[in-house]
Design a binder for this molecule. Structure first.
Ligand code: UD1
Length: 414
């Protein structure tokens, strides 16, 4: 069994280039299906979720090549409209292929993605939107069969779901008429998807705001795009620095994407600067507790950063409260952090972290992607040696965790 050995208690120091964003590259790879030609995508991180997306593209008939972090997809030869269950199960976000296959082929058949380690992950908003736009959706025995193309209309999402916004954007590009998504998710990764779709010739505006407008049916052509950096990976290294002390500079991330995180650590006593595409965090004394941290859709505090930031506050002065509003089961790291000496009480959607002066090394096991990253942050902050297992979860989202942290002076080996 593979494991990470971490010798904690050292400050982190140095600069690190942030990998491409997992949550951008996955919908963009799905979007390559829209163009019956070649798309070239740069800055694609080496993640198991990216491997899963490539496997789906190949199954559908695309020719996919990978050179370093560049992926080239030739979708001229798409020959299928189905995604078999094992490929759907590989990755929860494979549901994003639904809109793309529909846009390209007018028909899609895939299995229902079901729940996941963060709790139930319904796709009712995706399906309601497609139905409202004239797509026939049949659900039978865990299989979804969708037929027809989208007819443009105004559609309002009851919550700003990232995946539903992306699925509608993709389906609407291949539909007819104008689609307006109200209460759309505003994440930077949605803006990145819009940029890629525009590089293909799609007419789409408004991403990054609550209203996205897509004029369907535009003829598309070959495109090229560079994926934005991963703000959640950036948040991970900021959390590690806040937990261990030292000074870490992130290269390639827009400081605005990280504001909820940097503001939190600033309140906790760190010095933070951000300009251009760089963010620097300096931490010279133990973190102080901060007012309650409540996760919310962008531009609020990202749920994906909550576990790592929680790990940082395990070693702090005072009590910090977390309120998780997006996912039901997102405190699975708490019990494992307790093995490192953390004191965390979970009551439903609230977690109360009583900061400790010291954490100590222990054996811990990741149960999900960001929860796993939180254990690495905790292990780095703990005195002595820790062993982290459950690495398949961490590999879904981190392309060079060991190398990056090693470069910052951490003692970490796989
Ligand atoms: C995306 C991200 C994930 C992040 C999440 C929230 C990708 C690949 N994944 O996931 O890392 O944690 O956004 O920022 O980009 N919901 C429904 N019905 C639906 C769809 C969503 O009830 O049809 C609920 C979900 O259960 C959840 C909330 O809406 O409580 C937000 O989910 P959503 O924004 O859709 O997350 P994902 O797109 O799955």
């Amino acid at each position: 069994m593979e494991r990470l050995c971490v010798r904690g208690g050292r400050p982190l120091l140095g600069s690190v280039q942030i990998q491409g964003a997992k949550n951008s590259v996955l919908p963009i790879l799905a979007a390559t299906l829209l163009n019956a030609g070649v798309s070239v995508i740069h800055n694609c991180p080496a993640l198991s979720d990216v491997d899963a997306a490539i496997a789906i593209l190949r199954h559908l008939g695309c020719a996919v090549t990978r050179t370093g972090t560049t992926i080239t997809v030739d979708a001229a030869t798409v020959s299928r409209t189905d995604i078999p269950d094992p490929l759907m199960r590989e990755m929860r976000s494979s549901v994003i292929f639904l809109g793309a296959i529909l846009a390209r082929c007018g028909e899609a058949k895939l299995s229902y993605p079901g729940g996941c380690e963060l709790g139930p992950r319904p796709i009712d908003l995706h399906l309601d939107a497609l139905r409202a736009m004239g797509v026939e959706v049949e659900e039978r025995g865990g299989t979804l069969h969708c037929r027809g193309i989208v007819t443009g209309r105004v559609h309002s999402l009851s919550i700003p779901s990232v995946g539903a916004t992306e699925n509608i954007m993709l389906a609407a590009c291949g539909g007819k008429g104008t689609t307006v998504i109200c209460n759309a998710a505003r994440e930077p990764e949605i803006v990145d998807l819009q940029q890629f779709l525009r590089s293909l010739g799609a007419e789409i505006t408004g991403a990054g705001s609550s209203t996205v407008v897509i004029r369907g049916g535009k003829p598309l052509h070959d495109g090229e795009h560079t994926v934005i950096s991963d703000r959640i990976v950036g948040a991970t290294y900021l959390s590690a620095c806040a937990a261990c002390g030292g000074e870490v500079e992130l290269l390639g991330v827009d400081p605005r994407w990280l504001l909820p995180i940097t503001e939190t650590f600033r309140k906790g006593g760190c010095q933070v600067t951000g300009e251009g595409n760089r963010v620097t965090l300096r931490c010279t004394e133990p973190l102080r507790s901060v007012p309650p941290i409540r996760t919310a859709p962008y531009p609020g505090f990202p749920t994906d950063a909550q576990p790592m930031v929680m790990a940082a506050f395990c070693k702090s002065r005072g009590v910090t409260l977390f309120v998780e509003t997006i996912f039901e089961n997102r405190y699975r790291q708490a019990a494992e952090l307790a093995r490192l000496g953390a004191e965390i009480r979970v009551e439903g959607r609230v977690a109360i972290v009583e900061g400790k002066k010291l954490l100590h090394g222990a054996a811990v096991e990741a149960a999900d992607l960001r929860g796993g990253a939180a254990l690495v942050v905790g292990a780095l902050a703990a005195e002595g040696e820790s062993v982290v297992t459950g690495l398949r979860h961490i590999d879904r989202g981190y392309a060079s965790l060991v190398e990056d942290l090693g470069q910052l002076g951490a003692s970490i080996n796989r």
